[in-house]
Design a protein around this ligand. Sequence first.
Ligand code: MG
Length: 276
Amino acid sequence: MSFRRSLYKTPAQLRLMQAPGLATAASLDAARAVLRAGSTTLEADAAAEAAITARGGRSNFKLEPGYRHTVCASVNEDVVHGIPSGRKLEPGDIVSIDSGAVIDGWNGDAAFTLVIPDPSRPDRTAERQRLSDITEQSLWRGIAQLAKARYLNEVGEAIQDYIESQGSYGILTDYVGHGIGRSMHEAPPVFNYRVRQKGPEVRPGLVVAIEPMVVHGDIDTFVREDGWTVATSDGSAAAHWEHSIAVHKDGIWVLTASDGGAEALKPLGVTPVPIS
Ligand code: MG
């Protein structure tokens, strides 16, 4: 059977996307709480899974053919799609955790990056923290742009403009964000950079996962022999932040943030509005 899903969800469908969004947020909080020097990304994976299960959800990453984990864990030069492992995290590691939950057939998807402090190398710790911070801030700039955009690809312009204003960083172009709903990955693509096309109209019912991936060095990547892990070709560190956001009749709401994005969007002049 083949059919085209509408890019735009109904108000009832948007309401159903709140629970998987919050379960996704909880799974990332749980993973974040265990990440420190000496812990492992497998422990973060277990914590994330428990948080999703406690909210009546399932990991949607586990539903991807051949993938057995709840989160993706990408350390240092690994950018995205890394597999959790039993390797002990070390001071100075930069770790990105990506997670998603499905509840009643609806999906959430989000990611954060964390730097394990290294007191013996404060400069490198600060440099990596800044990479994570500007990547996170570029995500919020993209979300703020979504709140007022006419067309979706204005989001990528806002992300690129911000990243370029912060120094010589690279935005990955091999991987982009996506629509999200009954499938974790669906149309439309959400670019993290300027493209010529305007993209679909931003109007109530649009739900997208925005997920900038930013590096210190060259944006070239390759997939490791495990068939999943995407790593930078030059070995430079990478950061990845992501949220799933709904556009509805009264405004926008960040489904994968417990406050809808209110705190982070406030300095950008955007007030998210709960879905009613
Ligand atoms: Mg995603």
